[in-house]
Design a protein around this ligand. Structure first.
Ligand SMILES: NC(=O)C1=CN([C@@H]2O[C@H](COP(=O)(O)OP(=O)(O)OC[C@H]3O[C@@H](n4cnc5c(N)ncnc54)[C@H](O)[C@@H]3O)[C@@H](O)[C@H]2O)C=CC1
Ligand SMILES: CC(=O)C(=O)O
Ligand SMILES: [Mg+2]
Length: 370
């Protein structure tokens, strides 16, 4: 198969979807790999690294899209890329469709085969292609939160761990999955007083068992959230209902009850965000303030640490990419049920129920397109 790897064009997105090592694996199996010039630079890979591994370099994004049967990307296509996508072309990348009707409509119109990393799902309901980036974003959410708690950034002016004689800062994490767990480990390691909320009692029981003593657990419900946000300095939004729009757990009316200088990091922003006041931001301009509450809502947090993130992401995405290239998307998705769950929009039809529901659009079961 002919594989294309474009350079990411989202703001400050320095990850790349295929490494030189991945290129060599593809070429070894007889596939042709075309990489856009400098696509790997932000992650520490030169054009020479790619050509040595067997790739051919193309100078423009237009040429990469024009030649490729399968595009391997990191972030969802954005407006300038829509017109480059061809009918029947495979797009293997993050999409987060439920947060963007515009993107959903564009992919329906282009009649592409959209395989979304974030909905590939194993039998145990884990999301193997989201996990590595959730690990990065969860860990980063605490370092970003700590930074914005500094007075210079408008924060409340507390050090997460406190010091002897001064109590630590309070961190509330809503959602105890991958992002929430990694955030809790980081915040706890810095000495903060941490509470994790989730709706799954089973998950809270597990977290209670494995977390250090400065991490407590609490059932997530509106009453508890309203109570806790009044006293917590850093609030991290980390909920997910796979494929669906995130529920709004902190609403506009709750903000005046919080202390000025409280920091809210909405990691769930890529699924629409779990705070009502969330708006997607970029690494260039990551935060905004409402009622004295600092919001950080960057939808591609891992893009800021591209070396770590590219290696972590491609460790997870490469095996499926090889199957897609070697078998074609239909056979690969017939043979591999977890990968099949990644199909969201195929030949102009929405085949992932939660995406159709998010916009009240027609849904067809994935089996009908295979
Ligand atoms: N902004 C960014 O750069 C990145 C964002 N993400 C996003 O972070 C979000 C979380 O991802 P993961 O941790 O991997 O998901 P996960 O599936 O591992 O965990 C989500 C958790 O939320 C819980 N939950 C669901 N509804 C809840 C509610 N009402 N209250 C409290 N908890 C609730 C679930 O029980 C589950 O434990 C996703 O939207 C993901 O796309 C992930 C990586 C990077
Ligand atoms: C998961 C995701 O949205 C990201 O890594 O940017
Ligand atoms: Mg994202």
């Amino acid at each position: 198969m002919i594989i294309g790897v474009p350079k990411e064009i989202k703001n400050n997105e320095n990850r790349v979807a295929l490494t030189p090592a991945g290129t060599a694996e593809m070429v070894k199996r007889g596939h042709e790999v075309y990489v856009q010039t400098t696509a790997g630079n932000g992650s520490g890979f030169t054009d020479d690294d790619y050509t040595t591994a067997g790739a051919k370099m193309l100078p423009t994004i237009e040429e990469v899209y024009a030649i490729a049967e399968m595009i391997i990307k990191v972030k969802e296509p954005i407006e300038p890329e829509y017109k480059l996508i061809r009918k029947g072309q495979i797009l293997y990348t993050y999409f987060h469709f439920a947060s963007s009707e515009e993107l959903t409509q564009a992919m329906i119109e282009r009649e592409a085969i959209c395989l979304a990393y974030e909905t590939v799902e194993l039998d145990d309901r884990s999301l193997p292609l989201l996990i590595p980036m959730s690990e990065v974003a969860g860990r980063m959410s605490v370092q970003e939160g700590a930074k914005y708690l500094e007075k210079t950034y408008g924060g409340y002016g507390v050090l997460l761990g406190g010091v002897p004689g001064v109590t630590p800062a309070k961190v509330l994490i809503i959602g105890g999955g991958i992002v929430g767990t990694e955030a809790a480990k980081m915040a706890a390691g810095l000495g903060a007083d941490v509470t994790i909320m989730d709706v799954s009692l089973k998950r809270l029981r597990y977290l209670d068992d494995i977390m250090p003593a400065n991490v407590k657990t609490m059932m997530s419900n509106e009453y508890n959230i309203r109570d806790m946000i009044q006293t917590h300095n850093l609030i991290i939004g980390a909920v997910l209902i796979p494929g669906a729009k995130a529920p709004k757990l902190i609403t506009r009316d709750m903000l005046p009850t919080m202390r000025p200088g409280t920091v809210m990091v909405d990691v769930a922003v890529d699924q629409g965000g779990c705070f009502e006041t969330t708006k997607p931001t970029t690494h260039d301009n990551p935060n905004f303030v409402i009622d004295g509450v600092i919001h950080y809502c960057v939808a591609n947090m891992p893009g800021a640490v591209p070396r770590t993130s590219t290696l972590a992401l491609t460790n997870a995405t490469l095996p499926n990419a090889i199957q897609l290239a070697s078998k074609g998307w239909k056979q690969a998705c017939l043979d591999n049920i977890p990968l099949r769950k990644g199909l969201n929009v195929v030949n102009g039809k929405i085949v992932y129920k939660e995406v159709a529901e998010a916009f009240d659009l027609p849904y067809v079961p994935v089996e009908t397109v295979l």
